[in-house]
Design a protein around this ligand. Sequence first.
Ligand code: NAD
Length: 350
Amino acid sequence: MLEHEEVLIRTGARSGLPIIIALHSTALGDAVGGCRVWPYPDWQAGLADALALSAAMTLKCAAAGLDFGGGKSVIVLPPGTASLGASRRDALLDFGDAVNDLGGRYHAGEDVGTSAEDMWIARERTPWVHCLPVQHGGSGEPSELTAVGTFAAIEATWRHLAGTSSLAGQRISIVGLGQVGGRLAGLLADAGAELTVADIDPGREELARTLGARWVDPETALTAEADILVPAALGGMLTDEIVPRLRCAAVVGPANNQLGSPSVADELARRGVVWAPDFVVNAGGVIHGTIIDMAGGTPEEARKATLQIGDRLTDVYREATAAGIVPYEAAIRLAHRRIADAAALRETAV
Ligand SMILES: NC(=O)c1ccc[n+]([C@@H]2O[C@H](COP(=O)([O-])OP(=O)(O)OC[C@H]3O[C@@H](n4cnc5c(N)ncnc54)[C@H](O)[C@@H]3O)[C@@H](O)[C@H]2O)c1
């Protein structure tokens, strides 16, 4: 059964590229979610990604206490294509038209493969794109708050495991040293953690050196002996094959959709590894976008809301322990409860 409210799929009139917008739920409010530009084997694979990512956005907004629903868009690049290249402007105008046709039920921002400048191009066709460049009234880089929220989640997880949130001397292994992973590594280094880091981009080794972190290849970082493993690259890293090889006490990271399949959450628990649900951990970016760009709030308000991620995760761990379920299940229950409460409130109001 399709659980999405609406899915728009079209061939861009200018670019000829598949443009997909998955609108999962507007139960809590208009749907929000980034626009991903990525090469897929075919448009169906792009659609599958948009469907999964938009469902995760619904959970993310609900669990973060935001009155927004979940959506996501994908511009499908042909296999082996690294970026939009010469068709960038055409594709983004096509994308803006598609967002506009949803009449404001979906609000877009940047995601993997797009930038604030790209959102400014799409803005030529619709008012419902956000996260614009600072010189055009945007709020700047959201990954700062994503890193802050992930740091709060790591502290909460360590408190859950060891009774203290102090990360001094704890071994933390980070896979992916990009916008979020790089900033998070800085916060963790300042907290005195012992860092192992990896990225497929050799250009990131310089940052590792600056932070005094051990630089290894991604495979080594993923399976390193560590207190906390931090997936901060693309999703799908936690597979049935990799889980038996993990040597960490917990996995807490910003990457979206980390589980290869939902059953991996059970397998992690069976092996005694605490997995912090990604959609709770990485809500800092959407908090940034919705509070500052969409609601006109201040950076301080967004930061305060982001720091609550630690307490929310503690509630998730508490509920999981009390109910004898994995944190993933507890977080989904929390999100569904919020959505059901909102629906009940609306019915009372009618
Ligand atoms: N930027 C945000 O605010 C935000 C918010 C929520 C979730 N996320 C998620 O967090 C993750 C990281 O986001 P980002 O903005 O830092 O992206 P990014 O593209 O800036 O960084 C990702 C980094 O991972 C590296 N990488 C890719 N594949 C790798 C692999 N197999 N092994 C090791 N390194 C690899 C890349 O070279 C890059 O440096 C993504 O999954 C993203 O969806 C980001």
